[in-house]
Ligand binder design. Structure first.
Ligand SMILES: NC(=O)C1=CN([C@@H]2O[C@H](COP(=O)(O)OP(=O)(O)OC[C@H]3O[C@@H](n4cnc5c(N)ncnc54)[C@H](O)[C@@H]3O)[C@@H](O)[C@H]2O)C=CC1
Ligand SMILES: Cc1ncc(C=O)c(C(=O)O)c1O
Length: 310
């Protein structure tokens, strides 16, 4: 399957608009749905921003694409060949939304979930056609990060996986096909890094600014060019063996959630979306920071696309 002629994206928060903008750029008629009118209003601006980022990346426009904003789920689903669920990361909510989607579309329609890592089979339990249900985990911002994890549940067919991989490749994105594990690959690795960072800040080993500087250059810059498995070869496996013999036992193995995070979420300090979080944001700071981040990601993506992947 190439990019679907008609698609529906359910949930229009951080992820939905960028996903919709990319599908539209590749010629799909996209219906973006949310239960919140305010979210749909914000989504119009977010889709315009995403579209201008795609212009900066010089992604050609396939004619015929569009995004419409729909409060009504049934309208959003009409004629869709692909449905992407992007509602909050709550299993019961996702199950209920999936049941509503299934009630409105034919059994041949592919239903994908953008869950960050809930096992696909856990979500598919109550579905009447789990064979067409699949994980499609985009990375944030979805119109910029050219990689999508594709995860089959126990009952997903190989044909559905092939079709989804075809769509991902049609965007010029890399598809990483995985077995089902909580968090998939990306978030298992990302959350291992974040757990250690939060633990170091909580212990007072370094400030959040120092953490960001160290990880950006010492890890992010390097890992953007050399994958971790190749980096092991570059560093020397004997060095890894020596360092990990004393270091691994000292790393955080905290199985709960960092109190630094839970103290903030209790106060509804959720980060950029509430203009307060790990960092404080003054008037205009969030917009300026988001613009800086987008500019940086566009520059680095252009540079990375010109070098041989390692
Ligand atoms: N934020 C991130 O960096 C990433 C998030 N994800 C995953 O994508 C999914 C969505 O995440 P975000 O966009 O960050 O969440 P979000 O909280 O920013 O947005 C979710 C949207 O869904 C809407 N919604 C709630 N119930 C709904 C319903 N019944 N029908 C339609 N819309 C409904 C909300 O009003 C909200 O606008 C989650 O599963 C998340 O784990 C995946 C990759 C990255
Ligand atoms: C903190 C965090 N959690 C989940 C995801 C993706 O599922 C991301 C991301 O894509 O950046 C993230 O930053």
């Amino acid at each position: 399957m190439n990019v679907p002629k008609t698609s529906a994206v359910i949930g229009s928060g951080t992820m939905g608009p960028g996903i919709a903008a990319l599908l539209a750029r590749y010629g799909s008629t996209v219906r973006l749905n949310d239960i919140s009118e305010e979210a749909l209003q914000r989504a119009e601006t977010a889709c315009t921003t995403a579209s201008s980022v795609l212009n900066q990346l010089e992604i050609p426009t396939v004619p015929g694409g569009s995004v419409s904003y729909e409060l009504d789920l049934a309208t959003a689903l009409t004629g869709a060949d692909l449905v992407i669920e992007a509602v909050p990361e709550k299993l019961e909510l996702k199950k209920s939304v999936l049941a509503q989607i299934e009630a409105a579309v034919g059994a041949e329609v592919i239903i994908a979930t953008n869950t960050s890592g809930i096992p696909i089979s856990d979500m598919a339990g109550a579905m009447s056609h789990p064979e067409r249900f699949i994980g499609m985990h985009w990375s944030n911002p979805p119109h910029l990060i050219p990689m999508i994890e594709v995860i089959r549940g126990e009952q997903t067919t190989a044909e559905v996986e092939d079709a989804l991989v075809g769509i991902v490749k049609a965007f010029g994105y890399e598809a990483v096909i995985e077995k089902e594990v909580p968090g998939f690959i990306e978030n298992r690795v990302l959350y291992a890094i974040m757990r250690e960072c939060l633990s170091l800040v909580e212990q007072g080993v370094a400030t959040q600014e120092d953490l960001d500087t160290c990880v950006k250059w010492g890890i992010g810059y390097k890992l953007a060019v050399i994958g971790p498995m190749r980096l092991l070869d570059m560093a020397g496996l004997d060095i890894y063996e020596s360092v990990s013999s004393y270091l691994n036992p000292d790393l955080s193995n905290e199985s709960g959630i960092s109190p630094l995070v839970t103290d903030l979420t209790k106060q509804n300090k959720l980060g950029m979306k509430t203009e307060d979080g790990i960092y404080p944001y003054g008037e205009g700071d969030v917009a300026a920071k988001r613009a800086d981040i987008l500019r940086g990601l566009v520059t680095v993506r252009k540079a990375l696309s010109e070098i041989t992947p390692v």
